[in-house]
Design a protein. Structure first.
Length: 465
């Protein structure tokens, strides 16, 4: 049996294994909505240009509407023998309206058709992911506002470094996710050129109006080069690259939640809704949702590497290798959507333990060493490098005695620097340390409250940054 797709060039059908490796309808049927939208616009343009009669155009549009309803109600039968979503829809259109269906593919190739459909799908995916990130930012900003005064240790090298507030810590991730949205919006702007009308490789001799088609499909303009248009998958790569950075940020946050919820930290607790137990150890409360968000990052990275590898050595223009573009993008989108929802759910669910956080700041009592050095510079006009050296001596003394800085006597402090006064003890509490960090973007509770309001304006009052 010859293929209706390939026409009269072939006298026999493909081998079974060829059909198995070639078929894509099992996954590319997710493009059905975009394919119908693109076909409607293409048909309308053909009619407007006098390439297809109005009668045939009306029949095509009516048939496409019927197919859309069949797909929406689950009554459309996708056939593997028809290879992909595009030929399934075209074949069904022929069943419904007969000969006029054959005119729809005038001045169009599957090469420019699939590029257009896929671009529209990725564009919609970006809009969905942007909205999900916005929701995550919203719950994080709310939680940050609630904990603008909650003192916790800030870490470098996973060692307590300086006192910060929990609200400030959460807002750091709000900023990361804001950059993620910016990357996605930027990628969306760049992809918004319409390939339809580029044909298989060289354009078409029909008097089409590509600008009209682009307008009907909400693209900014038609693509400028037909060869580039059908071979370009930069838009998918950019989506995957932005997705990988987004997944990295979610993974970092997930790692923190895993640490914070451990008995050793005890900074937060998840309810039963976001915890699981152990089949052997009754006492366990495992942060599985956070661990899975962290683990699924590998799927996203794999998607990017997969498509980069597919595209890295392809000559212009289209090669069937490019059929491998969709499954990985679909899977990455599904993974992101799930992880964003789970992360937002965990932020809402987690119960911070302010007492545990504050106790951890105490630690060995050395976490305000930077405040001591700053005071020496500000109050005594000692150059900071000298202040740092003096503070180091005082820290060494405190370590040797097994006490915190605030537990040293004034005389012991003055042994390192005679000009130190009793006022030094006013800056050595974690609360005083955090409150003093009033520089723009600092951790002072007053500053965190300003950051909360600024973040709401920047990220929540418009579609994207």
């Amino acid at each position: 049996m010859t293929s209706k797709i390939w026409g009269g060039r072939f006298s026999a059908g493909p081998a079974a294994i060829m059909e198995e490796i070639n078929v894509s309808v099992g996954f590319d049927q997710r493009l059905a909505k975009q394919d119908l939208h693109g076909s409607r616009a293409h048909c309308a343009m053909l009619v407007a240009q006098g390439i297809v009669s109005k009668e045939d155009g009306d029949a095509i549009q009516e048939g496409l509407t019927r197919i859309e309803k069949e797909i929406a109600t689950g009554n459309f039968l996708f056939k593997r023998t028809l290879e992909d979503v595009h030929m399934n829809i075209e074949s069904r259109l022929a069943d419904l309206i007969g000969a006029p269906a054959g005119r729809l593919h005038t001045a169009r190739s599957r090469n420019d058709q699939v590029a257009t459909d896929f671009k529209m799908w990725v564009r919609a995916a970006i809009d969905t992911i942007d909205d999900e990130i916005r929701k995550l930012q919203s719950v994080m900003i709310d939680k940050a506002e609630l904990h603008a005064d909650t003192i916790m240790p800030g870490f470098t090298h996973l060692q307590a470094a300086q006192p910060v507030t929990f609200g400030h810590h959460l807002l750091a991730y709000v900023e990361m996710f804001g950059r993620d949205r910016g990357r996605l919006v930027d990628a969306r702007k760049r992809l918004n050129e319409c390939p339809l009308g580029s044909g298989a490789i060289a354009g078409t001799s029909f008097p089409i109006n590509r600008a009209l088609t682009a307008e009907k499909l909400n693209f900014d303009r038609p693509t400028a080069n037909s060869m580039d248009a059908v071979s370009d998958r930069d838009f998918a790569l950019e989506f995957l690259a932005a997705a990988s950075i987004l997944a990295t940020h979610m993974s970092r946050l997930a790692e923190e939640m895993v640490n914070w919820s451990s008995a050793q930290f005890g900074f937060i607790r998840f309810t039963d809704e976001f915890s699981t137990g152990s089949s052997m150890m009754p006492q366990k409360r495992n942060p599985d949702a956070a661990e899975l968000v962290r683990g699924k990052t590998g799927r996203v990275f794999g998607g990017l590497m997969s498509l980069l590898t597919v595209m890295k050595a392809l000559p212009l223009t289209y090669s069937k290798d490019m059929q491998e573009d969709k499954e990985t993008v679909f899977e990455v989108f599904d993974t992101l959507e799930l992880c964003l929802a789970a992360t937002a759910g965990m932020i809402v669910d987690m119960k911070p333990n302010a007492e545990k956080m504050r106790a951890a700041v105490g630690g060995d009592g050395l976490i305000t060493a930077t405040d001591l050095a700053d005071w020496l510079t500000q109050a005594l006009n000692i150059p900071f490098r000298d202040s740092h050296h003096i503070t180091g001596k005082i820290v060494k003394l405190a370590e040797g005695k097994g006490v915190g800085l605030a537990e040293l006597s004034l005389a012991e402090m003055q042994a390192a620097e005679p000009r130190i006064t009793q006022e030094i003890f006013n800056v050595l509490t974690p609360e005083a340390s955090a409150a003093s960090r009033t520089s723009f973007g600092g951790t002072a509770p007053s500053e965190v409250r300003k950051q909360v309001e600024a973040a709401r304006t920047r990220f929540l009052t418009r579609t994207a940054p």
